[in-house]
Design a protein around this ligand. Sequence first.
Ligand code: FE2
Length: 197
Amino acid sequence: MWTYEKFLEYPIKIKNPNPNMAKTIITQYGGPDGELAASLRYLSQRFTMITPQAIATLNDIGTEELAHLEMVGSIVHQLMKGASIEEIEKAGMGAYYADHGKGIYPASGSGVPFNASYIQSKGDPIVDLNEDLAAEQKARATYEYLINMADDPDVIEPLKFLREREVVHYQRFGEALRIVQERLQEPHLFVMPNKII
Ligand SMILES: [Fe+2]
């Protein structure tokens, strides 16, 4: 179970609407390398991890990704909130507006709705942790591209925070992979990996 804190992991206070940025940043809400995919990936894979440390890592990071989903949703909401219809149309957000108004909908930057095929849960800890390492690097790269396109410090600072967290997650998944590999190399453990507890 979870408890909910009524504040964001990093404050978001955007003063100037910018539907152009909203259109691209939403990809970290519901796109292939976004926070919804990350949270579902880790919180699903955790069940078949084989060491308490790896289970805890997946649980911790999956939970933090939910907090990042909340942050990205807040960024998009604040960028859209004060935008005029004309600005939204000019930003190429007309089709989005027709479907969702100013609501936050999980889709990629190119408008593809969220799809569970963005993630895998293979039931094999080595496979899953390698996917997680790649996922963190893909998220880091996406945040860097978004930072490159942003010109408002109110947007750039939370994006930089999110980028830094992906680097930390990558390091933690690296530690988890090393621990799981060591466990699997113990001489008496040669049965199906997900049977080892
Ligand atoms: Fe992450």
